[in-house]
Design a protein around this ligand. Structure first.
Ligand SMILES: [Zn+2]
Length: 437
């Protein structure tokens, strides 16, 4: 074989490798998307489906609890526990029907509805029933969140209802592994929970082109929080505390930090994040005037979900691109008035509404850089005063920018930087400890 044909084979071989690599990346991405669509952070560590179990263990924990302010009457007799998991097409009434007469059933539903809208009973919701020696259900528990139960005591003619906080134990876990195929696949192999893996990929989604930048022998390491519901023996994953991708000996690391303005954010060792992410505030010197969430609409008067955040600022104040991207829409857009939408990557977009005008360089299809002026604050569309309405859109749905766990581009300074530097020592020590303990 001569040299030329050898290098020809080398090229062919490379191509095969690349095609294989791209394919497994997309495989991973589509798995991840499927997973994202019905993300479930709670994973039962043991199942006790439809079994009657002695309640003893639970009572022990109940009596240990410090904030047990509702003084449960701990009866002499032991109650038997039955767990029901809501399935598709179940209704609450259908579920409890076999255990109660119609009158009691109605009373239970009436009472429960005060604290928990039974219309939104979801598949997988757990309902615990407790039976006494006379085979009567005298108690019912609905876990309504990871750390909160709704407890019903069912007596002859009355029902009492209260919320109960459950003790959560916090712990940390570390992992470190070499990436040989993709972060997704090697992460799964290394036992990284999907929820954490998704968060990690999201954290890097503005720094890393996962197809191009991940070289062979890239090292990935991570420290994350685990929350354990002691009573239910279930686990949830909290925040990523530390994350690092070592590509060709260069660290791309992030440490978590709760900033003074109340954000959960991620910074490198110098307290800097100059990486291209999304700005949470795409405007200078503006005042946050309305947050994301339910509110009475100032014009229609109806209660409506406010799908963005509002920044009050004088007309003409420059508005910056929240991140690098391509302009997807520019022009009038109904109640939004003069409006710009930028597409940043496969998952993220940002939108800017009620503008007074656009930067001349902005047109549909234009590339913009983070921080570039795209338009000016105005009062167009359904607006009650000069302000910028800013939306961050993730997978075509508006999300709360204030809760966005992405590097913000902020640079820490002064006392905040000092506090951060102290924090990262603790975080890194915890990481090493949990990695090598
Ligand atoms: Zn708004």
């Amino acid at each position: 074989m001569n040299v030329e044909s050898f290098s020809f084979f080398k090229i062919i071989f490379f191509f095969i490798l690349i095609i294989f690599g791209v394919n497994s990346f997309f495989q991973g991405l589509s798995d991840l998307n499927n997973f994202n669509q019905n993300i479930n952070f709670t994973k039962p560590m043991e199942t006790q489906e439809n079994d009657f179990v002695e309640e003893e263990k639970i009572k022990k924990i109940d009596s240990k609890k410090i904030d047990n302010n509702q003084s449960l009457p701990i009866k002499e007799e032991k109650l038997k526990e039955k767990l029901i998991i809501v399935k598709k097409n179940d209704t609450f009434s259908k579920i409890i029907n076999p255990y109660f007469d119609k009158q009691k059933e109605n009373l239970i539903i009436q009472n429960l509805n005060k604290k928990f809208n039974l219309k939104y009973l979801s598949i997988g919701q757990k309902i615990y029933l407790y039976e006494n020696n006379q085979k009567e259900i005298v108690k019912m528990i609905l876990p309504i969140s990871f750390n909160k139960d709704l407890v019903l005591h069912i007596k002859q003619n009355s029902i009492t209802l209260h919320e109960e906080n459950i003790e959560i134990e916090k712990d940390f876990k570390s992992l470190k592994f070499k990436i040989s195929s993709s972060l997704y696949q090697d992460g799964i192999k290394a036992g990284l929970p999907l929820a954490v893996l998704a968060e990690a990929i999201r954290l890097y989604s503005f720094d890393i082109d996962f197809q191009r930048d991940i070289k062979k022998d890239t090292i990935f390491e991570i420290l994350y929080e685990t929350l354990i519901n002691v009573k239910r023996n279930t686990i949830e994953y909290g925040d990523i505390e530390y994350i690092n991708l070592k590509i060709e000996n260069k660290d791309l690391e992030y440490f978590i930090f709760f900033t003074e303005d109340g954000y959960i954010d991620y910074f490198d060792r110098d307290g800097k994040n100059v990486k291209k992410s999304l700005l949470k505030t795409p405007i200078d010197g503006a005042r946050l005037s309305s947050n994301f969430g339910m509110r009475k609409h100032p014009i229609s008067g109806y209660n409506k979900l406010h799908k963005g955040v509002d920044f009050a600022a004088p007309i003409g104040t420059p508005v910056y691109a929240g991140g690098n991207g391509v302009v997807e829409f520019v022009g009038r857009n109904g109640g939004y008035g003069k409006y710009i939408r930028i597409r940043h990557n496969n998952e993220y977009k940002t939108a800017y509404a009620h503008l007074s005008g656009y930067n001349k360089k902005i047109y549909k299809g234009a590339r913009v850089n983070q921080g570039e002026i795209i338009g000016y604050v105005g009062n167009t569309g359904n607006s009650t005063g000069p302000h910028l309405h800013y939306e961050i859109i993730f997978q075509n749905k508006q999300i709360n920018p204030m809760k966005l766990k992405l590097p913000s581009g902020k640079i820490l300074e002064g006392s905040e930087l000092q506090k951060f530097k102290k924090n990262i020592k603790d975080i890194y020590a915890r990481h090493l400890y949990s990695l090598y303990e």
